[in-house]
Every structure is written in structure tokens, then in C-alpha cells.
Design a protein around this ligand. Structure first.
Ligand SMILES: [Zn+2]
Length: 465
């Protein structure tokens, strides 16, 4: 479990008053340190988003964290993300600017522009491969939210956790001149008790973009939600999401045809009731009578732990690693074609450096020699499994502590959970630590200034059961 020093105290996200501690430290301008690599710590900062308090890593410090730490940043060579730097997203002053290859607005009454259709024909776009497609935006947000990073012990996730993680990840990201939050719609965790308030907030949000014909641009929203059902109804299909039982989205016949054509794999996994969740991301408009209408969509299948996977072989590895309480990262392709050999996971608890795990699946046209050549070109160790020749998963690299003497504390991160040295919040503000060197005093802009280049929210995995 992660441990952080705040003042003279050591705190852990699994303690119930962790967020209160963060709030107190935030108010007292105390700088937290992540203890993953030893007592000296890696400086972090506290961000206030929607009235709540979160720990985030400082810009350009991802590599200083121990492999396996929630704030650790993987070597860019492994991920399809590296192809998009400077084109799909750029760092500009206080924010990450995203460039999309699909529209988030259209003229009233018109069909989606031809480019959107063309892109939908090729989910892994080659022609415009330097911008974010729906899929690579989803991959980016999943990475930024820390959902690809499995922390090993004591990790539990549900929609509330995923929703909050994505919300934090969207902070300080802009599309054109707007904050991504302006477009992003994540269903609130639904409860019977609060259904009226939840529906009220949704109606208000949807009404603001509700379409009218005319010359004004017609704004779209971007939904990310778990599919519960897609059923034929009337002139198209009703898409029902979990946590949105009272608000089906309409998918027209043609869009449904494209969905089957390009996401047959995901649809088959869903139909076959593979363990996990089917995530849909898509743009949608709201008709004048208030019906949400999907415009373009993309599907991604994730495990019960909300880790993306493409086939039963990858699932077998996720299940094994989770059962053995290993820490690992799922690597995502973004716009990279399936033919390009890439590791599927990085093991992050085998000593100081990650181990790249390759799975030779039927989808990839790369053969063993190609994958071997690609893996050997990297300076990192690798492990390969070919289910066609070995049905059983081959023995994996074992858990190894870090060997650097300066990182003695990091090697104890899998030991028994620590208890807080802080009995009350009051103690926290009385610590002797150096004041936080916040670049901008106001809370909202503090986060802005510091988040900018931060490649991911260092989400605290245990904050929700
Ligand atoms: Zn760390």
C-alpha cells in the first residue's frame, strides 16, 4: 500500500481519514512526499477538484517513483501513446491540449460530417493517425486515470471509483478552447434514494445542448459508460447504460451496422458474457424533445478490475496477476495498428525495472521472430507467452525487491499496512515540514499550474470500496 509523508507523519490511502488529512495539509500548505523510493520521498501536491482533495504527482517526476507506485510513469517506448506526443496532445502552459480527429459539434439538422464517418470506418485510423480518435482518447483517459495501473494488494474498483478517476484525469485537459470536462459526460453512480436529484442534474446538462435546427453550432457531448443492453426498438436501437436506467440512448440503424462491423470482437466478448464490463465511448447530441442520440461510438472491453483486455489469453494473465497480488501496468495501443508488436503488460514488482510481457494472440500478424526481435531491441527484460504452443501460462518473473540501497523503504511497500502516525487533523498542521512551494496561491490555479505536464493523476486506488 502506498505511503506518503506529510509533515512528520506517515499516511496511507487506506486509512479512513486520508482525505481529511489531505484537506488539512492543503490548508496548511504542507507538501506531501511519496515514500515509494525511500524516506527522502518524491514530492507530490494536493489538488482540489469539485470540492474534494486528491494527491497528484508533480510534472516530470513520474520516473522518480518506484516501479509499481501509482505515480510511476512507464517508459514511453512501450506505449502507443508515444506516437501522439506533439500531435494528438501537446503541453501548453497550464494544460494538456488535445487534438481530436472527430467533431464535438455540428450544424443543426445535419448528419455528422463525412470525416467522422470515414474515421468510424477505421477505428485504428492510419490516414489521420496523429490525432486522437475516440479509441485513443479513451486509452489516454484510462491511462491518465491510473486505471491501467494495477496496484496489487487491497485494490477494489467500482463505477464510482472509475468515474472519479476519469473526472480527475480530465482536469486540465482542453479541447479547442474548452476544458474537456465541458464535453465529458460520465453517468453518476445511481442510487434509488437520490434518483430524482441525479435525473435533475442530467436533464439540466442535456437541456443545455439540446438541439434546435438553425445556424448555431450544435454541441455534442462525449459519454463514457458501461453498456447494459443494446436492443432493437422502433427505428433503431436503444442503448441502455448501467447507472442510467431511466435514460436510454438512441443508436440509429446505420451506426449499429458500423458498430458490428468494426467492434465485432468486443460485441462477441460481450455476447459470450466474458467477465468484466463493456465500455462505450461516443459522441451524442440531444434532440429537441430531449432524447440522447449517439453520433459516433467506440467499444472497449475491460476486466472485472476495469483493466482493458482483447482476448481470453490477456484475461488469463490479468486473472493470474491479480490473484497473485502482483503490480502491473496494461499497455494500450492508442492509434498503433494491431500488426505492430507491443508488450501487453509491464510487470512492475520485479526489482527496479519493469519486465515487458508479450502475449502472441491470434489477432496479431506478427510471428514469434518479429515479436522476439522487437522485444530484444528494448533495454528492458521481457517475457513471452505463445498460447498456441503452450496452453498453460509459462512461469512468470518472480516478485523481487528493489536492490538500490537508497530504496530500502520501497521494498517494504508490500508489507503489512502501516498505521497513521497522525492521531488528529490538528497535528497535521502543526508539523515541522517545509511549507509547500505552491506556484500560484489560489486553489483552483494551484492545481492548474502543477497539473499541466503531469502525465497522469496519481489516483489513490483504495479510496472507494
Ligand atoms: Zn511513488
Amino acid at each position: 500500500m502506498a505511503r506518503y509523508s506529510i509533515g512528520q507523519a506517515t499516511v496511507s490511502p487506506d486509512q479512513p481519514d486520508f482525505e481529511q488529512m489531505l484537506q488539512s495539509a492543503y490548508n496548511s500548505k504542507l507538501r506531501p512526499n511519496c515514500l515509494c523510493v525511500g524516506a527522502s520521498g518524491v514530492p507530490m501536491y494536493i489538488s482540489q477538484i469539485n470540492g474534494r482533495f486528491w494527491l497528484k504527482r508533480m510534472p516530470d517526476t513520474g520516473r522518480q517513483h518506484a516501479t509499481g507506485c501509482a505515480s510511476w510513469e512507464m517508459p514511453e517506448e512501450f506505449s502507443g501513446r508515444s506516437d501522439l506526443y506533439g500531435s494528438g496532445f501537446t503541453y501548453e502552459e497550464n494544460e494538456v491540449k488535445l487534438r481530436l480527429n472527430f467533431p464535438l459539434s455540428r450544424r443543426g439538422g445535419q448528419s455528422p460530417p463525412p470525416t467522422a464517418k470515414a474515421n468510424a470506418e477505421k477505428p485504428s485510423v492510419q490516414a489521420d493517425g496523429k490525432r486522437l480518435t475516440l479509441r485513443s482518447l479513451l486509452h489516454y483517459l484510462w491511462d491518465e486515470a491510473g486505471l491501467t495501473n494495477w496496484p496489487g494488494k487491497n485494490a477494489r474498483r467500482n463505477w464510482t471509483f472509475v468515474n472519479e478517476s476519469l473526472t480527475i484525469a480530465a482536469d486540465q485537459k482542453t479541447v479547442k478552447q474548452d476544458n474537456l470536462q465541458h464535453y465529458l459526460y460520465l453517468p453518476e453512480a445511481w442510487t434509488k434514494e437520490h434518483r430524482e436529484e441525479i435525473a435533475g442534474r442530467r436533464r439540466e446538462r442535456f437541456a443545455r445542448i439540446s438541439g434546435t435546427d438553425g445556424k448555431n453550432g450544435h454541441q455534442l457531448l462525449l459519454v463514457i459508460a458501461e453498456v447494459k443492453d443494446i436492443e432493437q426498438a422502433g427505428m433503431g436501437f436503444r442503448t441502455v447504460f448501467y447507472h442510467l436506467p431511466d435514460c436510454p440512448f438512441v443508436m440509429e440503424q446505420k451506426l449499429h451496422e458500423r458498430l458490428l462491423r468494426h467492434f465485432g470482437k468486443e460485441m462477441r466478448m460481450w455476447t459470450g458474457k466474458q467477465p468484466g464490463h463493456m465500455i462505450l465511448t461516443g459522441t451524442f447530441s440531444v434532440s429537441p424533445e430531449g432524447t440522447p442520440m449517439l453520433e459516433e461510438v467506440c467499444l472497449m472491453f475491460v476486466s472485472e478490475e476495469w483493466i482493458p483486455y482483447d482476448n481470453i489469453y490477456e484475461l488469463a494473465i490479468i486473472q493470474k496477476l491479480v490473484a497473485e497480488k502482483r503490480t502491473f501496468l496494461r499497455i494500450l495501443r492508442y492509434n498503433r495498428p494491431t500488426a505492430a508488436p507491443m508488450p501487453t503488460f509491464l510487470l512492475t514488482d520485479h526489482g527496479n525495472d519493469p519486465v515487458a510481457l508479450y502475449v502472441l494472440d491470434a489477432e496479431s500478424s506478427a510471428d514469434v521472430a518479429q515479436v522476439e526481435a522487437s522485444a530484444s531491441a528494448s533495454s528492458y527484460a521481457h517475457w513471452m507467452w505463445n498460447p498456441r504452443t503452450h496452453g498453460e501460462i509459462l512461469p512468470m518473473p518472480a516478485v523481487l525487491p528493489r536492490t538500490d540501497p537508497a530504496t530500502a523503504v520501497a521494498s517494504t511497500r508490500v508489507s503489512a499496512p502501516t498505521t497513521s502516525a497522525i492521531p488528529t487533523r490538528a497535528t497535521l498542521s502543526g508539523g515541522f515540514a517545509q511549507p509547500v512551494n505552491q506556484p500560484i496561491p489560489a486553489p483552483q490555479t494551484t492545481a492548474q499550474a502543477e497539473t499541466l505536464a503531469s502525465a497522469s493523476a496519481a489516483s489513490i486506488q483504495s479510496r472507494f470500496a
